[in-house]
Ligand binder design. Structure first.
Ligand code: NAG
Ligand code: NAG
Ligand code: NAG
Length: 223
């Protein structure tokens, strides 16, 4: 009896402890952006969460690139034992590691492209080689993702956004002018109607006043 009561108390505690450790290892597989601006830097995102967050793991990462119009992926980059290696001259001195830092347990394999050119358009594939270390054995898994990158000129996007901004202001100002005109028109109408009403009510007031004067006179007479 006492034992099962104790167990009932322990179970929620254990669940909480487990939950905390799960939260600490939280990893979310956010998709990469897919539009880069020529001349600027761009983060190619690639996240592969461990299936079991609490298990020790280590991973190496490879990146492949297929330029627009080409048919094959080319191995361009490797990250292993915290050491990056650029394998393709097109990306020489242009790639920085943006993934998990100070660990071999890589879950974020993002890389950063410097000075993006139009030639960088195409498909990028990141590839995880992961080893999960259990007490008595190791488990190897692989995961890969593809990012389709489009490089746009700064001017295109800038013009588009400027045009849409101008359109927004024009429509806002237009709406306000229309409202103002409408308000003046209504105000005039109301004012005119009000004048009439005022005249009417003044006439009524005078009528009532004269009537009550008569009444008063009548009352006075009756007294
Ligand atoms: C990614 O790398 C670039 C270039 O080294 C750096 O400027 C940027 O802050 C890094 N971003 C992250 C999230 O690590
Ligand atoms: C990127 O471009 C800027 C300006 O053109 C240049 O100064 C810089 O050296 C370039 N960086 C790389 C890594 O090519
Ligand atoms: C882009 O590729 C073309 C053809 O391979 C090459 O001539 C050109 O120099 C490249 N441009 C840049 C900025 O790397």
């Amino acid at each position: 009896m006492g034992m099962s009561a104790l167990r009932l108390l322990l179970i929620p505690g254990l669940l909480c402890a487990l939950h905390v450790s799960l939260c600490k290892a939280a990893c979310a597989e956010v998709d990469s952006d897919t539009e880069a601006v020529a001349g600027q830097g761009f983060k190619l995102g690639c996240i592969s969460c461990k299936m079991r967050g609490e298990v020790e793991g280590s991973a190496s990462v490879e990146w492949y690139f297929r330029a627009r119009g080409e048919s094959n992926f080319v191995h361009i980059y490797t990250y292993e034992d915290r050491t990056p290696t650029i394998l393709d001259e097109r990306f020489e001195d242009r790639v920085d590691w943006n993934g998990s830092k100070n660990t071999n347990d890589i879950q974020d394999a993002s890389i950063y492209l410097l000075n993006v050119t139009f030639n960088d358009s195409g498909a990028y594939r990141c590839f995880f080689n992961r080893i999960l270390t259990y007490t008595y054995y190791e488990f190897r898994t692989t995961a890969s993702k593809i990012v389709h990158l489009t490089v746009v000129a700064k001017a295109t996007r800038g013009t588009a956004s400027i045009v849409s901004e101008v359109m927004m202001y024009v429509s806002i100002i237009g709406l306000q002018l229309w409202l103002l005109v409408e308000m003046i028109y209504c105000y005039r109408k109301i004012a005119a109607a009000g004048d009439e009403a005022l005249r009417e009510s003044a006439a009524e007031y005078l009528a009532i006043a004269s009537e009550s004067k008569d009444n008063c006179a009548g009352v006075q007479v009756a007294e």
